[in-house]
Design a protein around this ligand. Structure first.
Ligand SMILES: Cc1cc2nc3c(=O)[nH]c(=O)nc-3n(C[C@H](O)[C@H](O)[C@H](O)COP(=O)(O)OP(=O)(O)OC[C@H]3O[C@@H](n4cnc5c(N)ncnc54)[C@H](O)[C@@H]3O)c2cc1C
Length: 454
């Protein structure tokens, strides 16, 4: 039987999910390409290069008029003190729990160990070519089918190889291409301007006045990490930040201007702050530097919308090109598992895709529905509360039971409530999934061994 050759680009959690599903069927011949020397992607902590000082370089070089060198390439945003922000009980892939002895919110090194173990346990390493970077992917039409030509470089030998595939699954992650707001005179600001992507540990901010922009998980967590180190901390927010922030963190409105004399101005606020450093915790855009025009993939809305995509997965015109791991504000691993199951089912011809017209309508309806409910154009792949219906849809589409159970959804909502209301305490809580519909909050706070069932 002729094998179906499938390329997987990236061996982070999404790439592993893809390999796990493909490896269940003999008909597939998967090959994954991975720049790093190990699996894990984002969860591989990396120190910044010794000669790179994030407080002494203008990270906007290249986008602005300054002549400072651009920052070095670095895939991971992991910092030394990072613990997960969702409980391990719901974060795990459906087919492998995290080790029981870990607390509900493990350290990032535990997540990397978990992903390594996942690859090992399901014998996925045999498919991965480590130390290889995909440089280009192009499409040829052969009769009624697309065929994919992939070129990669072996980072040791520097040798470049070109090879053919029947299908390609893109799993290259989307927490790498830093995104900055459009703030007047950003390049005139004399202080340090950096991005949360380059944050590693607090000591370089000792005795500094730091303004962080963005009240998301990174902005909030880094602000809290700086408490004992920085002189003053300001958190600039476009929406309500988490409640009960330590009093040293002064909440401000969004930044409207950075002045050449070092002052930071905030919306509707007469009080300016003289800052040493501004850390933009303002998220990331998508990037696919290897996709050539023949792939016909476009990035819209400040690189936050990938088109044309059906269900945030399939290229509508050339569905043998698919993406796993595109959605944001989700419980990732379980969703990757489902998305990879959908891709596999379609490649096996077990599940037919709708017509191109229907897929285009679906994509547009999904987008318009977001705008109608107040989301921004840049939120094209943002799920949040929509993730549960989306996961249900994926499972129904391929006629399998949704592994992202009601208990997972309930735990997520409950744990997020804890995070929003008790930012300093939420990671001390422990959870247990009892059955598909029920979870237990085991209160781990000292002086209490109370257990509540939900
Ligand atoms: C700071 C931070 C904290 C987070 N905390 C949590 C959390 O607590 N819980 C949670 O569930 N999720 C968390 N996430 C989300 C996290 O990104 C996902 O859990 C998940 O790891 C994403 O996996 P991925 O495979 O999509 O991408 P990545 O992990 O980024 O993997 C992509 C891989 O593709 C490789 N690659 C890229 N381009 C190429 C190329 N051209 N050729 C070959 N290889 C390539 C990269 O080297 C990388 O290994 C966090 C993310 C960040 C940034």
């Amino acid at each position: 039987m002729k094998k179906i050759r499938v390329a997987v680009i990236g061996a982070g959690a999404a790439g592993l999910a893809a390999l796990r599903q493909l490896s269940k069927y003999d008909v597939f011949q998967p090959v994954a390409y991975e720049i790093e020397r190990q699996v894990g992607g984002t969860w591989i902590y990396k120190d910044l290069a010794d000669d790179f000082d994030p407080t002494n370089i203008n990270l906007l070089a290249g986008q602005s008029t300054t002549s400072s060198p651009p920052p070095p390439h670095c895939h991971s945003s992991m910092y030394q003190g990072l613990y997960t922000n969702i409980p391990k009980e719901i974060m795990a892939f459906p087919d492998l729990p995290f080790p029981q002895q870990l607390p509900s919110y493990p350290h990032h090194t535990d997540v990397l160990a978990y992903l390594r173990n996942y690859a090992h346990q399901f014998k996925l390493l045999q498919y991965i070519q480590f130390g290889t970077m995909v440089n280009s992917l192009s499409r040829q039409q052969i009769e009624d089918k697309s065929s994919w030509t992939l070129t990669y470089t072996d980072l040791d030998s520097k040798e470049t190889t070109t090879t053919q595939f029947d299908a390609v699954i893109v799993c290259n992650g989307h927490y790498c291409k830093t995104s900055y707001p459009d703030i007047p005179d950003l390049d005139q600001f004399p202080g340090a301007v950096t991005h949360s992507h380059y944050y590693r540990e607090p000591s370089i901010y000792k005795d500094k006045v730091v303004v962080l922009m963005g009240p998301g998980p990174s902005g909030t967590d880094i602000a809290i990490e700086l408490i004992d180190t920085a002189k003053e901390i300001y958190l600039s927010c476009h929406k309500q930040p988490a409640a009960n922030l330590p009093s040293k963190i002064v909440v401000k409105n969004t930044i409207t201007k950075l002045h050449s004399n070092g002052f930071v101005q905030f919306e509707k606020d007469p009080q300016l702050v003289k800052a040493d450093c501004v850390i933009f915790c303002t998220g990331y855009g998508y990037e696919f530097p290897f996709l050539t025009p023949s792939c016909n993939v476009t990035l819209e809305n400040q690189q936050r919308r990938i088109r044309p995509l059906f269900m945030h997965i399939f290229h509508i015109d050339h569905p043998t090109l698919s993406f796993v791991g595109i959605c944001a504000k989700i419980v990732p691993f379980g969703q990757f598992y489902l998305q990879a199951s959908v891709v596999t089912s379609v490649l096996l011809n077990q599940t037919p895709l709708p017509s191109i017209d229907e897929m285009e309508r679906d994509e547009e309806n999904d987008y318009q529905d977001r705008l109608a409910t107040g989301l921004q154009p840049r939120h094209a792949h943002f799920l949040g509360v929509r993730q549960w219906a989306y996961n249900d849809r994926l499972a129904t589409f391929i006629n399998v039971k949704n592994p992202m159970s009601k208990a997972i959804e309930k735990t997520y909502k409950y744990a997020m409530g804890w995070r929003q209301n008790n930012i300093l305490e939420y990671r001390h809580q422990n959870y247990r999934i009892i059955d598909e519909d029920t979870f237990e909050h085991v209160n781990a706070c000292k002086n209490s061994n109370q257990t509540s069932t939900n």
